[in-house]
Write a protein that binds this ligand. Structure first.
Ligand code: HAM
Length: 419
């Protein structure tokens, strides 16, 4: 019997895990500078949280959720994104009672039952930031600046930031009416899914990837036409803030995002170098979600970055050098006495932060040294009965092929001197 990783999932190891760790380290350091603290929420949540939070009519909720077979009384679903869980945690842990804003970040796996393709998996990973406790456009700008700086620090080139405003509740209501009229006039040219979307939530028709629907949507009225005075001012303020920080953007009225919780600001960072799944980061303001989750009305804004897509760019743009870390010393051994000494010394060196390896496969000395070469060991020694008895060993510099006699009991100090 042999097993395969489930479709749409990937093992991350070897050189890849080195890239992931580097990127994660950059992201954590950035959050540190922006005074954002980490939150880890469960991988599964009550299904209803996503239904209500992400939205009943979104693709995520209607088609893509991994809802687990009922265990006990409640239905639970693997998180398809990080925002709803963070919002639930903000309310459940009464974080609203703390001085605001509350700034949280997460690096988490997320799960969506989608058709896998390059840059689209069923288990993927998001780096996300959520800022709770402010309605001010400067917080939208702050969230965008974190994502902008993250992409910058990783070194990603040729990324475009697109921003838009969907307006508040009043503007959305007005826009829904106008959009419904427009779609109603074009209903015969839409796919079956969109006809249903039209009934429940016309805004979701704008996300459709069907070519026929795309042609119709092309001429749809824009949400920006429906912004009231306050929402227009909020959007202008955001632009002013971004200008102030030197963050380049374009306004794209076509950005509506695929999740229902957004109000006012929405934004995406898009690359055209990784195929059709080019959105590496998406986010926006969601001022109704905390209320929906049972908390006090609270302004909120955030984003999430798809780490698989970031890694595609890290590789194609060659942003991180391969792992050049080699083993510091290989401690070969002959016989049982030699092995026990090699093990004890190896453990001692490792405790001192030296990258040491020794043989655990009972190989011949020749095979051990061949292996030492393969793993690029900088130094090697071979310990047998004689070396133990005479407290003397030959230390070989593998690169330069030179050997010198040293005291075995001084191996740690000798190697530290040379590294
Ligand atoms: P989203 O646009 O659904 O937004 O996902 C954010 C990012 O996750 C996408 O831009 C993409 O890079 C990545 N992503 C999404 N689905 C997949 C997939 N199947 N495979 C690989 N990568 C994927 C959200 O999730 C919101 N929670 C963002 C947010 C946070 N808004 C406010 N706060």
């Amino acid at each position: 019997m042999s097993f395969k990783a489930p479709r749409g999932t990937k093992d991350i190891f070897g050189e890849d895990i080195f890239f992931w760790q580097k990127v994660e380290c950059i992201l954590r350091n950035i959050c540190e500078s922006f005074c954002i603290s980490e939150i880890r929420t469960p991988v599964f949540e009550q299904t209803e949280l996503f239904q209500r939070g992400v939205g009943e009519t979104t693709d995520i909720v209607t088609k893509e959720m991994y809802t687990l077979e009922k265990k006990g009384s409640e239905s639970v679903t693997l998180k398809p994104e990080g925002t709803a869980g963070a919002a639930r945690a903000f309310v459940e842990n009464s974080m609203y009672a703390n001085p605001q804003p509350t700034k949280l970040y997460y690096i988490t796996p997320a799960f969506r039952y989608e058709r896998p393709q390059a840059g689209r998996q069923r288990q993927f990973h998001q780096f996300g930031v959520e800022i709770f406790g402010s309605y001010d456009a400067s917080c939208d700008a702050e969230a965008i600046s974190v994502a902008y700086e993250a992409l910058n620090k990783i070194g990603i080139k040729n990324i475009e930031l697109k921003i838009n405003s969907l307006g508040g509740n009043e503007c959305r209501k007005k826009y829904n009416g106008i959009l419904r009229d427009f779609i109603g006039r074009n209903i015969d040219n839409l796919c079956d899914d969109c006809r249903q979307r039209f009934e429940k939530n016309p805004l979701r028709v704008l996300d459709c990837k069907n070519e026929k629907c795309k042609n119709v949507i092309e001429n749809a009225p824009s949400v920006t036409e429906c912004l009231n005075k306050e929402c227009k001012a909020h959007f202008d303020e955001l632009k002013k803030n971004l200008d102030n920080m030197g963050i380049a953007y374009t306004v794209d009225p076509k950005i509506v995002r695929g999740l229902d919780y957004y109000t006012r600001t929405v934004f995406e960072f898009v690359s055209n170098e990784i195929g059709s799944q080019g959105t590496v980061c998406g986010g926006g303001r969601y001022d109704n979600l905390i209320g929906e989750c049972g908390g006090p009305e609270t302004g909120a804004v955030g984003f999430a970055m798809g780490l698989e897509r970031i890694m595609m760019l890290v590789k194609s743009q060659e942003l991180i050098e391969s792992n050049s870390k080699s083993v510091d010393i290989y401690i070969g051994s002959i016989g049982n006495e030699g092995f026990l000494k090699a093990q004890a010394i190896g453990y001692e060196l490792r405790k001192n932060g030296i990258r040491a390896e020794y043989d655990t496969l009972k190989r011949s000395v020749k095979a051990q040294l061949k292996y030492a070469n393969k793993i690029n060991a900088k130094y090697s020694v071979v310990i047998g009965e004689n070396e133990v008895q005479n407290d003397c060993v030959s230390l070989k510099n593998m690169k330069e092929s030179v050997q010198e006699e040293i005291k075995l009991s001084m191996l740690r100090d000798e190697i530290l001197k040379r590294l």
